[in-house]
Design a protein around this ligand. Structure first.
Ligand code: HEC
Length: 200
């Protein structure tokens, strides 16, 4: 065919004609979250010398298990701000259908540095272990599927204790993530979406 590009003209016209139609993806863009993150170093003086190996193992496990991929600012969109490593994400994760007419519910991965007010500073070791291995919230509520605790459920007691020791040894960062958004409410901060649907 001599002018194959002419074939595109009707397609473009059709696209213009339907301009007003509702496009559920109009407000979304593709993200390339390809970053591999180092875990931040524990702060000297926040752990006893005798715990050094355990804290180092915790750091290794947090890198291996990819906690920073959600709990670090910008990481969900592939642009992590390492000065806020593990201090929570202003980019949320949608957990209900964003392709319907309603706005999806969104959770923001919280600050998991040991700040008392905005992080995990006041969580007990047991509460943290329950959050990591069983997805249970601090006050006993079962979590939704966005935190991939199923992948951490088989961590040994030693390993989960190492993660908890490491998190508690971090420099606390004062930083509040945005409040969770209920399905149907418009989120004022950005979010990404992981597939949670299946065919019948
Ligand atoms: C896929 C994203 C993702 C990854 C990876 C992830 N988390 Fe989370 N995490 C979340 C979200 C979202 C929440 C909040 C869930 C909620 O409130 O319902 C959360 C909650 C938590 C909490 C409870 C804190 C609080 O204030 O509610 C802890 C502790 C935690 N995560 C630790 C970890 C650790 C440690 C790892 C790695 C072993 C990890 N997370 C990996 C998304 C993630």
């Amino acid at each position: 065919m001599r002018y194959p590009h002419l074939l595109f003209i009707p397609i473009l016209l059709a696209a213009c004609a339907t301009e007003q139609a509702y496009d559920p993806l109009a407000d979304y863009e593709e993200v390339q979250a390809v970053t591999i993150l180092d875990a931040p170093a524990a702060a000297p003086g926040r752990y006893a010398p005798i715990d050094r190996d355990r804290v180092a193992r915790g750091e290794y496990l947090v890198e291996l298990l990819g906690c920073g991929a959600c709990h670090t600012e910008g990481a969900l969109a592939g642009v992590p701000d390492m000065s806020l490593s593990l201090a929570g994400s202003g980019i949320g994760i949608a957990y209900s259908n964003p392709l319907g007419t309603e706005f999806p519910g969104v959770v923001y991965p919280p600050n998991i540095t040991p700040d008392d007010e905005t992080g995990i500073g006041l969580w007990s070791d047991q509460q943290l272990a329950n959050a990591i291995r069983a997805g249970i919230g601090r006050h006993g509520s079962r979590r939704i599927a966005t935190m991939p605790w199923q992948g951490y459920a088989k961590l040994s007691d030693d390993d989960v204790e190492a993660i908890v020791s490491y998190l508690k040894s971090l420099e606390p960062v004062l930083r509040q993530v945005p409040a969770d958004v209920e399905p149907g409410q418009r989120a004022s901060e950005p979010f990404v979406y992981f597939g949670v649907y299946r065919s019948r």
